[in-house]
Design a protein around this ligand. Structure first.
Ligand code: M6R
Length: 603
């Protein structure tokens, strides 16, 4: 995680670095810093806490420069203190470096560098890199960086500046993302596109092992073997305004309300693609097993696809947690189709799962939101979700957009396997196109959901129950609540409750039940009876209300009825709004919850 920004050009670098860091704060926010090249040499300013603290310190220092690098940190090695905040400097104070990733052999390197007289000032793994650059520097900064990173084992995205090179930033990446951009007289670098959206619309996404030189007005790039590469910039269709709150209290609230558009855009762009074109590049004839890999919320979207696809495709389909999948020596090979789901396309656990499966001969489809991300580049075929930029750390619109994309992909696969005729495919797409309107209907229930949050926000524990397709949605509802409100919440398959979690139920335990006419309503009613018999508090979200539900529920939220494949689009926004209002009432940091980062590039 962590976020990096670099700037060289005629403007005040500190302003661009601070605005870029603020847009990358979702990547980590325990400390931050900048290094600026001033007429008096390199000036380092670092602060514990959020970017606002750093901005104040920069203002108080009253310094300015035309070249600089900045960093927002998510601590891995060493406490979030000022000494451990980036940038780090070499012994001479002439070189400064920022890093995102983990250097696995930092202990050996530190010992070696200490024995040669280098002085270390932090507990970070990163600091070895700047001393290695110092050791390798003989007047050519690009060469020094190339030789330094060749000694590092692990993952890195770095930016390096040197007082004797006032017109250049040198960057390198392996395993952690970096994008660069250039305008006629400026050069930019960042971990992710949002940081640079106010300044550029076309970007170069550094590939694994590449080294780049960012200059005013141009970029030079070398591949992992040191050969110069042609730099082709890629347009990113995101609007800079998407990085503003537009009258909403939090980005999360805004992004929840952007779901109808995110889903419609995802469906519209894919609806215009014939299925043969979307699946070109893949050979589906040997496929006997589909394996979806993902983490966190994206894993819940994958689990929704497992429930929808297995009966549709008549194949074994399994959703796997990527960080577990990659280490269990999975039985995948040429007969496996891997579908990797990731908003960022940079989650290292998901990427490593994909690389492992590819090495065994599996074909890979990426379902990705970020154009040009590592997963998009490494998959054999890509389905883009068109959710746009998501800034809130908690995934909302990207989740429902992922489900829309996965539903459509499932239909394509069914068509490709000869299980759907063209007319049936058209009808199924038609049904799916009702999803945005359904989400709008649920968003209109926001005042009722807020009133429910008012009743519940002081409870310390919650249980979420659902069956069938509503089970992954129960998991997602619980995840949303715990990550932004810090309330302990468990999602469970309703039928599993009697195998253990039922012991948790007492008169002060809220149980959120997802109830639909489409998913085993009689069984779920029995589970509600079991909660009631133990005096648990039943908060029922129901798309079909009969007298029994009405009688059992202590609190009831009526959702619009829909068909089975549309359930994620009615239940999810209600669960998101409930978590949002609980967190807001508790006063937590909704958009940047503690300990989290939007893009998880460490294992
Ligand atoms: O970028 P990805 O979709 O690969 O990210 C996966 C998870 O880190 C992410 O969904 C995480 O669980 C979010 N905080 C959920 O709100």
């Amino acid at each position: 995680m962590c976020g990096i920004v670099g700037y060289v050009g005629p403007k005040r670098a500190e302003e661009i670095l601070l605005s870029g860091l603020a847009r990358l704060e979702y990547r980590g926010y325990d400390s931050a810093g900048v290094a600026l090249l001033t007429p008096n040499g390199l000036r380092l300013i670092r602060q514990v806490g959020k970017i606002s603290n750093l901005a104040q310190a920069v203002q108080e220092a009253g310094i300015t420069g035309n070249l600089g690098i900045g960093h927002t940190r998510w601590a891995t090695h060493g406490l979030p203190t000022e000494e451990n905040a980036h940038p780090h400097c070499d012994c001479t104070g002439k070189i400064a470096l920022v890093h995102n990733g983990i250097i696995e052999n930092h202990r050996e390197l530190r010992e070696e560098l200490l024995s040669r007289g280098h002085r270390f000032r932090s507990q970070t793994d990163t600091e070895v890199l700047v001393h290695l650059v110092e050791e390798e520097y003989r007047g050519d900064l690009v060469e020094a960086v190339r030789r330094a990173v060749a000694r590092a084992v692990g993952a890195y995205a770095i930016a390096v500046v040197h007082v004797d090179h006032p017109q250049e930033i040198v960057a390198a990446r392996l395993g952690s993302p970096l994008v660069a951009a250039a305008t006629p007289d400026e050069g930019f670098l960042a971990s992710d596109v949002p940081a640079l959206l106010p300044y550029a619309r076309a970007f170069y996404f550094l590939e694994e092992g590449e080294v780049a030189q960012i200059l005013p007005g141009g970029l030079r790039v070398w591949d992992r073997h040191g050969r110069p590469k042609e730099v082709r910039l890629r347009e990113v269709p995101w609007d800079p305004l998407s990085a503003e709150k537009a009258g909403f209290r939090h980005f999360m609230e805004k992004e929840i309300h952007e779901q109808p558009r995110a889903i419609a855009d995802t469906l519209r762009s894919e609806l215009s693609t014939p299925w043969e074109e979307g699946l070109s590049g893949l050979d589906l004839s040997p496929v006997e097993h589909i394996c979806l890999v993902a983490c966190g919320t994206s894993y819940h979207a994958a689990l929704v696809a497992e429930y929808l696809w297995e009966p549709l495709l008549g194949l074994p389909v399994s959703a796997e947690i990527a960080s577990e999948f990659r280490y269990k020596n999975p039985a995948v090979g040429e007969k496996t189709l891997v579908v990797a789901v990731s908003q960022s396309g940079e989650t290292i656990d998901t990427l490593m799962a994909v690389r492992g499966a590819k090495a065994k001969g599996a074909q890979v489809i990426g379902v990705v939101n970020v154009v040009g991300s590592a997963l998009a580049r490494e998959a054999h075929a890509v389905f883009y979700t068109r959710a746009g930029l998501e800034i809130g750390v908690a995934a909302t619109k990207t989740f429902t957009a992922q489900i829309a994309a996965l539903e459509l992909l499932g239909l394509w696969l069914a068509r490709a396997r000869g299980l759907l005729r063209e007319e049936e495919l058209r009808q199924a797409k038609e049904r799916l196109s009702r999803a945005p309107r359904l989400v709008e209907e649920v968003l209109e229930l926001a005042p009722q959901i807020e009133a429910l949050a008012q009743k519940f926000y002081t409870y310390p524990n919650f249980l979420y129950l659902g069956r069938g397709l509503l089970y992954p949605l129960a998991l997602e509802g619980a995840l949303k609540l715990k990550e932004i409100s810090y309330i302990h919440a468990e999602g469970y398959a309703a039928g599993e409750m009697k195998h253990g979690p039922i012991a948790l139920i007492h008169e002060a335990m809220p149980v959120v039940v997802l109830y639909s006419a489409q998913e085993l309503p009689e069984k779920v009613l029995s589970n509600m009876q079991e909660v009631r018999a133990r005096r648990g508090i039943l908060l029922v979200l129901a798309d079909h209300v009969n007298p029994e539900v009405e009688e059992l529920a202590d609190h009831l939220l009526r959702l619009p009825p829909s068909s089975r494949e549309l359930l994620p689009f009615t239940f999810t926004p209600a669960l998101q709004l409930f978590a949002y209002h609980v967190a807001r009432l508790k006063g937590t940091d909704v958009d940047q919850p503690r300990n989290l980062a939007k893009t998880v590039t460490v294992e």
